[in-house]
Write a protein that binds this ligand. Structure first.
Ligand code: NAD
Length: 238
C-alpha cells in the first residue's frame, strides 16, 4: 500500500519503520515545514494517511486529507470536541476515517477487561473506583485519550459514577483521574477499586511505542476499500 504520514515525531518515525517492514511504501511525509504538501501528487497517491500530530493541528489535517481524497487513520488524542464534524464528513460525504484513542492490541484487550470488571463492581458499592495514568513529560493532553476511553467504560457500567473528573472527586458520582507526567514513560493506566477491606486493581503498562505503531499500520491495511467512521471494535471484533 501507499501510505502518507502526517506528523513525523516519535510516533511518525515508529510507524514508518513498521510500515516498511510490512512491505508498504511511504509516499509522503508531512510535518510543520511542508504543510502544503497535502496538495501534492505524492500525497494524493496515498491509499491512506496515518496522522499522529498535535491536538491543535489534528482536525485541520483531517480536513485537508479528506479534501485530497485520502482516507485517514488518526492517532492524535485531545481533539474529540470536533468528532461530530468528522463523523458528518464520513456519513454525508462518503469519507473514510479510523480513530482509536489507543492502537495497541494489549490496551484494547484491557478496555474489554475494564468493562467486564466494572459490570461486576457495579454490584459492590463498598468499593470506590479511581484511575491513575502516567505518561512522558512531552504529552500535551491530560487525561490521556486512553484514560478517557477507560473512564467511559467504567461510567457506562457503574451506576454510582456518572462523570469523570481530572485529579479529584468533586462529587461522589465523579470518577477521579489522577495524571502524572514523568520521564519518558510510554503509558501506564491503572483502574483501582478500594474498599475498607482491600484493593483490586487492573493495570496496563506499555513497554514501548511499538504496539501503538503496529496497530496503526494494521488499521491502515484494514481501512483499504472501506467507507465511514471506523474504530478498533470494527477491526478486532472481540
Ligand atoms: N492513539 C494512540 O495509540 C497513540 C499512541 C501514542 C501517541 N498518541 C498521540 O499521538 C500524538 C503524537 O504523538 P507523538 O508522541 O508522535 O508526538 P511528537 O510530539 O513526538 O510528534 C508530533 C509531531 O507532529 C508535528 N506537527 C505539529 N503540528 C503539525 C501540523 N500542523 N501538521 C503536521 N504535523 C505537525 C510535530 O512537528 C511533531 O513532529 C499525540 O496526540 C499523542 O497523544 C496516540
Amino acid at each position: 500500500m501507499n501510505i502518507a504520514l502526517i506528523g513525523y515525531g516519535k510516533m511518525g518515525h515508529e510507524i514508518e519503520k513498521i510500515a516498511i517492514q510490512r512491505g508498504h511504501t511511504i509516499v509522503s511525509i508531512i510535518d510543520v515545514d511542508n504543510i502544503n504538501d497535502f496538495e501534492s501528487d505524492a500525497f494524493k497517491s496515498a491509499d491512506v494517511a496515518i496522522e499522529f500530530s498535535t491536538p491543535a493541528s489534528a482536525l485541520n489535517n483531517y480536513r485537508r486529507a479528506f479534501a485530497a481524497g485520502v482516507p485517514v487513520v488518526a492517532g492524535t488524542t485531545g481533539w474529540l470536541e470536533h468528532i461530530d464534524e468528522v463523523k458528518k464528513a464520513c456519513e454525508e460525504n462518503g469519507k473514510t476515517f479510523f480513530y482509536a484513542s489507543n492502537y495497541s492490541l494489549g490496551v484494547n484487550i484491557f478496555f474489554v477487561l475494564n468493562k467486564y470488571l466494572a459490570k461486576i463492581m457495579n454490584n459492590y458499592p463498598d468499593y470506590d473506583v479511581k484511575m491513575e495514568e502516567i505518561h512522558h513529560i512531552h504529552k500535551l493532553d491530560a487525561p490521556s485519550g486512553t484514560a478517557i476511553t477507560l473512564a467511559e467504560g467504567v461510567i457506562e457500567n457503574i451506576d454510582r459514577k456518572d462523570n469523570w473528573h481530572l485529579e479529584t472527586e468533586e462529587k461522589k458520582s465523579d470518577l477521579a483521574i489522577h495524571c502524572i507526567r514523568e520521564g519518558e514513560v510510554p503509558g501506564i493506566h491503572e483502574i483501582i477499586y478500594e474498599s475498607e477491606a482491600d484493593i483490586i486493581s487492573i493495570k496496563h503498562d506499555a513497554k514501548s511505542r511499538k504496539g501503538f505503531a503496529l496497530g496503526a499500520v494494521v488499521a491502515a491495511e484494514f481501512v483499504k476499500g472501506k467507507k465511514g467512521f471506523l474504530g478498533m471494535n470494527d477491526m478486532l471484533k472481540f
